[in-house]
Structures are given as C-alpha cells and as structure tokens.
Design a protein around this ligand. Structure first.
Ligand code: ZN
Length: 527
C-alpha cells in the first residue's frame, strides 16, 4: 500500500516532527517503500531495455503524426472513465446502455472510425437499445489503517466519494471459464478521517503514463478484467471484428459496448501484457532450438512483416521491417541454440542455422515436372537425394544418436559437384536452386550429422497460419500501436497455449494487476 498524492498533500515536515516515535517509524517505512518503488520505476523507464529506443524499434512503422493521433483518439475515445461519476450525480442505470448503437452498414474494418465526441455522455437520454442490468454487488473500498499514525480506522466513519460501475463476467463453475455470467458491480471509493486528523482516501488504481502508450491502463474502467479478456479472445483468437464483438456481447450477454470501447479494451490489454515480452525474450535466448519465419503484414497500406520466433515453450511475435535488426534484438550474441529458418538471407548470420527441407523439396519437385531436360534431371537427382536422406534420418531417430555423414559422404560430394555444374545453368530455376544449395550447404546438411534436429520449419509456419487468415479478414492494422498490440497479445496467447495454460484467466489477472499499478505477474512455466 503506497501513499497517494492526497496522502502526501496532508503530510509535511511539521507533521513528521510531531509524530510519536513509534508512529513515525511506521510512517518512515511506508515512505521508504514508496521512494524505492518510485526510483525503480524511474530507472525502468529510462533504461534502454534489450531492444533499441522507440525511434528505431523494429516494430516501428512509418506513420504520419496525423494518422497516429487519429488512431490514438479512437483507441482512447469514449469511456476514458466510463461508468464513473460523482455520487452526487445520482445512480445511473446499468452502464451497458451508455451509447446509442452506431450506424449500421459502415466499414467492416476492425478499427472503427472515431466517434464524434470522446468521453461518455453523462446523463445522456435513454435509448431504445438501452439495457439495464441490476447491480450484482456493492463493493466498498475502505481504507483500513491510517497512513500517518497507523491506527486501525473505524469502518463506520467511511464517507463514499466516488462510485464506479464495473461490468465483468465470471464463471459459475469455479475454476475455468464455464458457465459465464455477467456481473455489474458498484465500487465505492471514499475516505475515513482518522482521530489524528489525517484523511485517508481510497481511489481506483492507475498505471503511470508510459511514453509508448496513449491508451490508459487503470481501474477507472467500465469493463472489468475478465470481460476485457473475453473481448481479446473474440478479437485475437476468434478473429471477430469490433462490430461483430459488439453484436456477440449484446446478443449473448446483454452487454452493450461501443466499438470504440471495445477497441480501447484490446489496446489496453496489449499495453498490460507488454512487460511479459521481456520475459519471453529472455527465455527464448536460453533455448537450444528456435524456429523463425515471417509473413507480409500491412499497416495502413505500408508493407511490414509479421515475424514469429518459436520454441517448444515460447511463441514470440513482432511486426516490423524485414531486416536483420529484428533478429539481432531478440537473439543477442549469447544465443547458442539452433535456428531453423527458410532461405532468407538475414538468417545467414547465425552460426547454428538449420534450413527447412520442405522448401527445397518443393523446388526440386517443381524442377522434376519441368519441360526443360536439364532442369528435370537436376530436380530428379535432388529429390532422390533428399528422399533417401530423410528415410535414413527418420530411421536414425529410432535408435541412439548417431552421425549419418560418413554413410552419405560420397553422395553429398557427388551432389556438390552436380550443383557446381548447374551453378551457371541457363535455366533460371535450376540455376537458383543449385546456388541455394551451394550458399547454404552447411545449414542444409547439418541435420545429417545430427538426425535428431528438425527437418522442416513447420512449427513456425503453423504459428503464422492463424495470423495469415486474420490478415485477410482485417486487412492488417492501422497504426504502430495497433501492430504492437497484435504482436504482444499474440505472443502471450500463443505462449500460454504452448504451455497448456488457459490464456484468458491469466490475461485478466495481468490486466487487474497492471491497472492497480502493480507489475505484471510472470507467465507460469507450464500448466
Ligand atoms: Zn491517524
């Protein structure tokens, strides 16, 4: 429990001097914690992390300021402090009402146009679509002990100052997510005056501003952590547009949220999970084998790449340029594991590199069907060699580890000579494949010496498939922040799935803690 601005305003040198020794000690301890915490935070925000500063961050797009501010407005618009109002304004009916339904038939794009006017319309007239949900519970946030003197406070002396309505979902079946039901809670914050004169106040939590993020992360929010997690699931996992999510929540849960609020929730979730990326990067650097792949991604018409780097327990995504930087940022020089990739040249810097055979095999098969005689012969030879080696590799995996190089040395030497013969072939695809083998010789055949290593990059390709479909539906993202959110949420969701952890309660937990201004709970090792 840290001191609020309101507490600090009431404390001065004189108060400290006059406090009895015991109370002074207790207060000093609180002040010390607070100072340490503040320093830590200061350090964390000024430190250059394992990635470069945002000016040249790999996920950074090239948007104009105007485009950026448009998105941030739409991400922030409406419900900055939804469901919250001074009690004097009187109790309003369930917040699920708030806004009238936006006009139909507009864009099917996931990111909605910015609403006419940000912020909730307090006291807006009722609307025919308005739903009212009864209050499930009133939750009192009372200060328990006095910040100054440490005395236990009288709960009866609590004066409510702020009421906050929160919509959330909870499971009726205990663990897991089965039997979802909607909660509509009224949270009361206020103060208790201590006999020592100090006024102790509670208020909803808030994560301090972070330069990268324009979206707020705070408990001043209509949407509770679990409902927010459900929205993320519908968006990122079920690939629903904002408007479809709106429809789903309305039809199935009787909850009506504006598409701007839904968008804001998804961005807030992305911001909440950002610290977990650091954890995943660190774990990845320890991996003995990682798979990497990339696929085109559009951000406001600009061509970027969605990268995935995956191991048996981590799945990390980035959206950025197709450059070496992105890999250099993830794998520092300490990475000693194997890296499985396609033939793209940025991977050539890695010492322990593996090449996906599926790509080579496809190319060999293509040549086999060629009308050109030279191409056909080279394709046949390549395909036969790969097939025989694969059979031997599968066989070797059944037994104790062994090196197959000696057994195939003569054939590999012969194949090297064959590639040399075709290096300058007039047939373009033959020439390209021959050169690809020669350029990547080590990376391609290293698996013959280590048959337990993978032959294909299926792991990474499978991870990207979901997002390739999402890209087709949503046409990519519109802003740099939107791209960050997609990558961050994808990393957390897919890593959870790899670890057999249900992502949604974990995500809700992260959001709940971060909204209080606390650190994100680390992603558990395995479920
Ligand atoms: Zn007191």
């Amino acid at each position: 429990m840290y001191l609020s601005d309101f507490d600090l305003q009431q404390l001065d040198e004189q108060t400290l001097k006059e406090l009895p020794a015991e109370q002074k000690d207790a207060l000093l301890v609180k002040l010390l914690w607070d100072l340490q915490e503040a320093r830590e935070r200061l350090k964390a925000s000024s430190q250059t992390s394992s990635r470069p500063p945002s000016s040249d961050a790999p996920w950074q797009g090239g948007l104009s300021e105007a485009q950026r501010s448009e998105e941030s407005e739409s991400a922030n618009a409406a419900d900055q402090a939804p469901g919250n109002e001074e009690l004097e304004a009187g109790e309003r009916s369930a917040e699920t009402s708030g806004e009238p339904k936006p006009s139909e038939g507009a864009s099917t794009e996931p990111v909605e146009n910015k609403p006419k006017k940000p912020g909730r319309r307090v006291g807006a007239p009722g609307h025919s679509r308005q739903l009212s949900l009864p209050i499930s519970d009133t939750i009192w946030h009372r200060p328990e002990t006095c910040v100054r003197c440490g005395q236990v406070l009288e709960p009866e002396a609590f004066i409510a100052r702020t009421g906050l309505y929160v919509l959330d979902v909870e499971s009726t079946a205990g663990d897991g997510l089965q039997g979802l039901q909607v909660r509509h809670d009224k949270h009361l914050y206020g103060e208790i005056s201590c006999s020592c004169g100090h006024v102790n106040r509670t208020e909803p939590g808030r994560c301090p501003a972070e330069p990268m993020w324009e979206v707020q992360l705070s408990e001043w929010h209509l949407v509770g952590p679990m409902l927010l997690s459900l929205i993320v699931c519908l968006s990122q996992r079920m690939r629903l547009s904002r408007r479809r999510i709106q429809e789903f929540l309305h039809d199935w849960l009787g909850v009506w949220l504006s598409t701007a609020t839904i968008n804001q929730c998804i961005h807030e979730a992305g911001r909440a999970v950002e610290p977990i990326e650091e954890q995943l990067v660190e774990e990845l650097q320890q991996a003995s084998l990682a798979y990497v792949d990339e696929t085109p991604w559009k951000e406001w018409g600009q061509l970027l790449w969605l990268w995935v780097i995956t191991t048996p327990t981590v799945c990390l995504y980035f959206i950025g340029y197709r450059s070496q930087e992105i890999l250099a940022n993830v794998f520092d020089e300490g990475f000693t594991g194997w890296l499985m990739s396609d033939g793209y040249q940025v991977y050539r810097q890695f010492r322990h590199r593996l090449r996906c055979w599926a790509h080579l095999q496809r190319k060999a098969k293509g040549l086999k069907d060629s009308l050109n005689g030279e191409a056909r012969a080279f394709g046949q030879a390549t395909d036969a060699l790969l097939n025989d080696l694969m059979k031997a590799i599968y066989q070797a995996r059944e037994g104790p580890p062994r090196d197959l190089i000696a057994q195939f040395q003569d054939r590999l030497d012969a194949f090297a000579r064959l590639c040399e013969q075709h290096r300058d072939s007039t047939h373009e695809k033959t020439r390209a494949l021959a050169r690809e083998f020669l350029n990547d010789w080590e990376a391609i055949w290293i698996v013959v010496a280590h048959p337990h290593l993978p032959l294909t990059n299926n792991e990474a390709e499978r991870a990207l498939r979901h997002w390739v479909i999402a890209r087709r539906i949503n046409q990519g993202t519109r802003t740099e922040q939107g791209s960050r959110v997609v990558a961050l949420l994808a990393s957390v969701i897919d890593t959870c799935r790899k670890r057999n952890i249900l992502p949604w309660p974990y995500l809700a937990q992260v959001v709940a803690e971060r909204r209080k201004g606390n650190p994100a709970p680390p992603l558990p090792a395995a479920g």
